[in-house]
Design a protein. Structure first.
Length: 123
């Protein structure tokens, strides 16, 4: 048993936790309202635009929704905060005794999204 800052008592912390698993750029991310998530760059979006992400799972306290037919109508809303590059990755290729050396660098393009809303399934 615990207490919130407002003085409301609750049994478990998970009762108030609403989060979703979303898919973006071939990866899955666990998101909650207010989170800032770094996904692969969304080339068509500009800073301030609204984006919808496809949902794989929604957890609303004790209720877990994973039915694909129900989740087909649920889209997590997000807002584009920033476009930026990730850290540089150095790719070195080397073969012994042949004089073969190649050096290549890569910086992945990312988009930062702020999650603004997670609609829950109708009960």
């Amino acid at each position: 048993m615990g207490r919130l800052a407002s003085g409301v008592r609750f049994e478990r912390e998970s009762e108030f936790r609403v989060y979703a698993i979303v898919r973006s750029g071939g990866r899955q991310h666990k998101v909650a309202v207010g989170d800032i998530v770094e996904v692969d760059r969304i080339p068509t979006g500009k800073v301030g635009d609204a984006v919808e992400l496809s949902t794989l799972l929604v957890v609303d306290g004790e209720a877990v929704t994973s039915d694909p037919w129900v989740l087909a109508g649920i889209k997590v809303e997000a807002e584009i905060v920033d476009h930026h590059k990730g850290q540089k990755i150095d790719i070195l290729r080397y073969k012994n005794k042949t004089g073969y050396r190649r050096r290549q660098g890569h910086r992945q393009q990312y988009t930062a999204l702020k999650i603004t809303g997670i609609p829950t399934a109708a009960k």
